[in-house]
Design a protein around this ligand. Sequence first.
Ligand SMILES: [Zn+2]
Ligand SMILES: [Zn+2]
Length: 133
Amino acid sequence: MNYQNLLQKYQLKATPQRMAIIALMQRAGHISIDELFYLIREIFASISLATLYKNIHTMMEVSLIREVKVPGMKSKYEIEKQPHAHALCKRCGELIDIPFDSIQLLKNTIQESNYIADEVSIVISGICPKCQK
Ligand SMILES: [Zn+2]
Ligand SMILES: [Zn+2]
C-alpha cells in the first residue's frame, strides 16, 4: 500500500508522521493509542500524545481510520476496510476481523429505525482457537 497516495486520496497532506501512523496501524491490524504512541516514539522521539491524537482524529474525520470499541478495553484503531465484525479473545486479548457486512444483514431492522446508519459494530467475545488448546 502506498501511504502517500492513500492520504492524498482522502485529501490529507501526507506528513511523515501520518504515514508512520498508517504504516504501524497496517502492520498491527488493530492498535490502541498507547501501543501506537510507544511505537511511534521510536521513529519520532519528540512527538507528543496530543499530536498523535490530533492526527488520529483528523484521519478519523475523513474515514481513513476507524475506531473499534472493544468492551472492557481501550479503543483500538484500524485502517478503514471492507465491512467486518470483530472477535475478541478474553484470554489472550487477540482481536481479529471476521468478514461480515452487518449493515447489509440488518437492512430491514435499520430501515425500521428510520436512521441513516453508517456503522453497526459487532464484537464477538470468547476464547480463540489457540487458547482453547
Ligand atoms: Zn486467545
Ligand atoms: Zn477490524
